[in-house]
Design a protein. Structure first.
Length: 151
């Protein structure tokens, strides 16, 4: 990717393409593999394996806590206003992406997922995913209004 395209993606995250997302994900996974192999040469392999599982478990806990806050915020916004809360949907999608990154075993993916848990980055990431998948929030909103289930 050329530098101009990277700047445009940062400026306009909804213009990201699916191929670029997979390329970036592959780059993170490759970097994780290289880092893990390098660390196993320095430290005992079982220690590195235990640390990988520990980061994945901590990622699960962090993402569960973050998702519960976003879910309560979204439900409250549903009840208070009759409009579609776009910001909460974007934060929910961003939280799901961050959860996927943090649960994937690896030090780099965990660090990137933890970094993306920041509220503004999470909302931008969710906006990019929503535009990438190109689904209608109106349909999702009507579906969620039909099934008012408390979790």
């Amino acid at each position: 990717m050329e530098l101009k395209r990277v700047v445009n993606i940062l400026r306009y995250p909804h213009q990201i393409k699916l191929v670029e997302v997979f390329m970036l994900g592959g780059l993170f996974l490759f970097a994780d593999i290289v880092l893990t192999v390098w660390l196993t040469r320095l430290f005992h392999p079982f220690l590195i394996l235990a640390l990988l599982f520990l980061t994945a478990f901590c990622g699960f806990l962090f993402s569960k806590i973050a998702y519960s806050f976003v879910y309560k915020e979204t439900r409250t916004a549903f009840r208070e206003s009759g409009e579609i809360p776009y910001r909460q949907f974007d934060k929910t999608l961003g939280t799901c992406v961050c959860a996927f990154l943090m649960v994937t075993p690896g030090f780099i993916t965990f660090a990137v997922g933890l970094l993306c848990l920041q509220e503004n980055l999470r909302r931008l990431l969710g906006t990019a995913v929503r535009h990438l998948l190109d689904f209608s929030l109106e349909e999702l909103y009507n579906y969620m209004r039909l099934y008012e289930v408390e979790v």
